[in-house]
Design a protein. Structure first.
Length: 192
């Protein structure tokens, strides 16, 4: 009998299908947005009636006692990763950016092969960013707000951070690309 604590148990959402193969050491999640395959290092237990997924600390192959201690640590990490993947299969991730500054604007351009985001950020030249196929970008509110959406939360966050790096908010006037809820504390300038 394998003893599993409550924190290593995950409730499976109703709109997610789950297939587990011990032979291939894989877990397949099918949701309304997409399908994902997870390669496992430790065994899991599934229950169709209660719709629970229990993460054990038993590896698929026989190991020494020292190596098994490592899998105790991996157990908690797998729980967090699988919960995050459940969210990616069900919920669309969105990041909002706002352009603060005189003349700071964003435009969507389509070319024959690519979709581009044109950013006017106070430089002597516009910045062009090629939008990957996995994400969608919208420009709203007189082209001063950018909405980035996609399935992978980490990828959407990475794209938002990359766009923000083109003009990081400066602390004296507060101009730049900010996250939607971000507040810049304005520093006081030099006094004569």
């Amino acid at each position: 009998m394998i003893k599993i604590t409550k924190r290593h148990t995950i409730k499976i959402p109703k709109n997610v299908g789950l297939y587990y193969s011990e032979k291939y050491k894989a877990l397949i999640l099918i949701g309304p947005l997409k399908r994902l395959l997870i390669k496992l290092k430790i065994k899991v237990l599934t229950s169709k009636k209660t719709r629970l997924l229990k993460i054990t600390k038993e590896p698929f192959v026989m190991m020494s006692t020292n190596s098994k201690r490592r899998f105790k640590m991996i157990q908690g990490t797998f729980v967090a990763l699988i919960k995050q993947i459940f969210n990616e299969v069900v919920v669309l991730s969105i990041k909002k950016l706002k352009l603060v500054g005189v003349g700071y604007k964003s435009f969507l351009l389509t070319t024959s092969k690519n979709l581009l985001l044109k950013l006017n950020l106070g430089y002597s030249h516009p910045i062009y960013f090629q939008i990957p196929r996995e994400i969608k970008i919208f420009c709203l509110n007189a082209n001063s707000k950018i909405y980035i959406s996609g399935n992978f939360r980490s990828y959407v966050s990475q794209i938002a951070a990359l766009l923000r790096s083109y003009r990081v908010p400066e602390p004296y006037k507060g101009k730049g690309i900010l996250y939607n809820e971000e507040q810049i504390i304005i520093k006081e300038g030099k006094k004569l």
